[in-house]
Design a protein around this ligand. Sequence first.
Ligand SMILES: [Zn+2]
Length: 428
Amino acid sequence: MEVELKGVLSDLEALRRSAPADQSDPIDKLQLRIQHLTNLAKSEPIRRSKVKNMSVEVVDSNPYSRLMALQRMGIVENYERIREFSVAIVGIGGVGSVAAEMLTRCGIGRLLLYDYDTVELANMNRLFFRPEQVGMTKTDAAVQTLQDINPDVVLESYTLNITTVQGFETFMSSLTNKSFSPNKEGSGVDLVLSCVDNYEARMVVNQACNELNQTWMESGVSEDAVSGHIQLLIPGETACFACAPPLVVASGVDERTLKREGVCAASLPTTMGVVAGLLVQNTLKFLLKFGYVSPYLGYNSLKDFFPTMEMKPNPQCSNSACLERQKEYMLAKPARDAAARAKKEAEALATVQGPLHDDNEWNISVVDDNETENDADGQSAGALPEGLVRELPSADEYQKPTVSEETNDKLDDLEELRRQLEALNADS
Ligand SMILES: [Zn+2]
């Protein structure tokens, strides 16, 4: 484009020289316009090309170097696996669009985006969409932005309303399409993220996931914009969305009458950004198998309170597909228990010569006393690679000091602290 414009400019210059003096004025004007176009062409974004393999190479031109460092630091065992995963995001609004951008930047394999709405100026108090995208469908605008950020991600845009009969059919068939990973067990996606803003759409996602035995995560932000939550839903194993309906709709009030014309819910980019961050963090931990995957995590911004809980499925759930999944889950219990026992025994063998303390940094969870032992064993925080030290002692050192080791531990901690201080002094 730039080269062609330069050619036109030099042709015009030649023309101006050969033309009589009284005709040079329109040629000058044309030259100015071409010059302006050349400047515009220069400011066009440069697109990055696709990357075949995720490289660990630490160079400025590698879009994945900081992500692959997670592997080197022992947080994630195999980061590149992220390219095998498909995630469906229902609702590309304040939470969904930000979640989509985060997953795109993390290099997710494939994203399926669902929304029926268009971008409006009223959305500009949130992140992601830009004023020049007003009038575009949210899914198309999202694809436009996301493919520029990371062309390696396979993006599918579904402009439809999942609460209509036709929309639901397309939703179901897109979730079961296995063309991206033909050998995958179950449906065609690894996780569904619900980022919708109403009860009806949540119940539709719930129905689809119960029917397909599809694990999904739900997210929500309150109408006053100051609190939110995320929740993991595994059909048959945890409560589905119909097992424990939220109180506001349990009263039978039609939410469409709650949202009256001109009465507008509040929204903040901060709360939506936090909830999207919690949702995608849980998604990464679930997919790449590191850390603790939260079954439920709330966020109250006024008190900076993050409540957690676990919800068992309701045997009297009104959703028949949920009851089917519950039955299957119970039938598979003996096999599951045997597998868990075998895994624990294998881990016990492997840790015989392991470190004195199992690292469990930040993994604070409220669990039954009997389960504490299992959970601590089940986490894969592991020892840090050579040359790295933790800033704080691991949680276990505070929670489970044995009487006989206490003095030694303290001495060790002091010794460790002294070493770290010395190292700091040596650096400065
Ligand atoms: Zn249920």
